[in-house]
Design a protein around this ligand. Structure first.
Ligand SMILES: NC(=O)C1=CN([C@@H]2O[C@H](COP(=O)(O)OP(=O)(O)OC[C@H]3O[C@@H](n4cnc5c(N)ncnc54)[C@H](OP(=O)(O)O)[C@@H]3O)[C@@H](O)[C@H]2O)C=CC1
Ligand SMILES: Nc1c(N[C@@H]2O[C@H](COP(=O)(O)O)[C@@H](O)[C@H]2O)[nH]c(=O)[nH]c1=O
Length: 383
């Protein structure tokens, strides 16, 4: 099951605070903005907050609009999204309105926390133990397995910080309120640590609008991952490579493939697709790499996204794409689809890359998109 789309939602002051240190929650949003948040909740399958937010805010996390609830029911969904919390300790207060209102409740916790949470909550929630520690990737996989496609995360600071740092957030929606908290101990949206792309990495702005007196901006993280684990930004770039594959001039004798080269800070360096620019034999990765100077220093930390595994054997050119990638100094490749035996039996571009020390991440959930423009070339059993 695919992981859900993860949307981080927060309201902050001009000095980046989520709250002040006083009693009760600081309302950063106005009525119009709370209504915008309500619409996102209604469009979500599940809403997650950390146990710290449960303790500090005692939220209900409802869809407040009756029309929106009715719309969900008309679509065959429950009136309220699933409510999810994360707690290492399991120290959750059954008197909180979170457990008695709205949608069904789910707690992700540790093996030790599970015993505490079950004793405290009884039937008010399903408690899922994820081992000695809570692993966020495992949590998202589990939610995907429960049919959650869109997850809204409403904080707090420690939860947002981890999801962004781990590269697991697809989108960040930030409402910036026109006030300054000014307190040194007030919770900040993002804590210190190593974020994808480092301090020079820039996110992509998807849009921005005034809502009442706050400004809401939508961002997408773009900096590639650095391991064979797949991040949300990796999926974004690989989806683009699959879209490029669909743009190739069709062929009966070669695959349609798209490729994108992305720098460590999330800057797109080059893109290419098969048979680009009227060259009947050029491959996607070859076309993309040819647009960059061979000594471009950004290549050493770049990631190549290719809808199809880079080729290992080639009749039409001296070097296959796996070798071109290694020779360009690229150390990481993300791909959706292993090459079938259609033209070259036993091609193992991933093996060539791995042998040269290149980290390869595979995203099988995007294989269908990579195959689509090639469906006339593969038998149904291969696809
Ligand atoms: N302005 C806004 O939009 C929002 C503001 N807020 C504010 O944020 C503040 C709360 O933030 P914060 O205190 O950081 O709390 P969080 O909501 O981020 O919750 C932190 C708690 O969640 C659990 N947790 C988180 N990550 C893990 C993990 N990897 N493994 C195990 N348990 C984990 C722990 O629970 P446990 O302690 O049980 O082990 C931890 O103490 C409040 O002041 C609130 O008002 C909150 C949401 C939105
Ligand atoms: N203070 C604040 C937010 N706080 C969030 O709203 C949650 C409470 O929602 P509810 O149960 O509907 O009262 C709370 O737990 C926290 O996640 N959100 C925002 O968009 N803007 C704000 O100014």
């Amino acid at each position: 099951m695919p992981r859900p789309h993860v949307l981080l939602s927060a309201a902050v002051s001009l000095d980046g605070c989520l709250d002040d240190t006083g009693e009760g929650r600081l309302l950063l949003s106005g009525a119009e903005d709370f209504d915008r948040v309500d619409a996102i909740r209604a469009a979500s399958d599940a809403i997650l907050v950390g146990a710290g937010t449960l303790r500090a805010d005692r939220p209900r996390l409802l869809v407040n609009s009756q029309e929106r609830r009715a719309g969900r029911v008309a679509d065959g969904r429950p009136a309220y999204p699933l409510k999810v919390t994360v707690s290492g300790s399991g120290e959750l207060d059954p008197g909180d309105p979170f457990w008695t209102t709205g949608g069904e409740r789910l707690v992700y916790t540790t093996d030790r926390g599970a015993a505490v949470a079950r004793a405290r909550l009884g039937d008010a929630a399903r408690v899922v133990a994820l081992g000695a520690a809570v692993d966020w990737a495992a949590l998202l996989d589990d939610l995907g397995g429960r049919g959650v496609r869109r997850l809204m995360v409403e904080g707090g600071a420690r939860v947002h910080t981890q999801l962004l740092r781990l590269g697991l957030a697809d989108e960040l929606r930030l409402a910036v309120a026109p006030l300054v908290v000014g307190e040194p101990d007030a919770p900040r949206l993002f804590g210190p640590g190593a974020y994808p792309g480092g301090p020079r990495g820039r996110m992509r702005v998807l849009g921005s609008e005034p809502v009442g007196d706050v400004i809401v901006t939508r961002y997408a993280p773009t900096a590639p991952g650095t391991t064979d684990g797949v991040t949300a930004a990796d999926r974004h770039w690989l989806r683009l490579a699959c879209d490029l594959a669909a743009d190739c001039p069709p062929s009966e004798t070669a695959f349609s493939v798209g490729a994108v080269v992305v720098a460590a800070d999330g800057t797109e360096l080059a893109r290419g697709h098969s048979r680009e620019g009227g060259d009947p034999v050029v491959h996607a990765e070859e076309a993309a790499l040819a647009k960059l100077p061979g000594d471009d220093p950004r290549l050493a930390t770049a990631t190549v996204y290719s809808s199809l595994e880079p080729c290992a054997h080639r009749a039409s050119r001296p070097k296959p794409c796996a070798r071109l990638i290694v020779d360009a100094g690229v150390r990481r490749v993300v791909t959706a689809w292993r090459e079938p035996d259609t033209f070259v039996p036993g091609a193992d571009g991933i093996g060539v890359l791995a042998q040269a020390g290149v980290v390869v991440a595979e995203v099988p959930e995007l294989a269908a998109a990579a195959i689509l423009p090639n469906r006339h070339l593969v038998t149904p059993t291969v696809s």
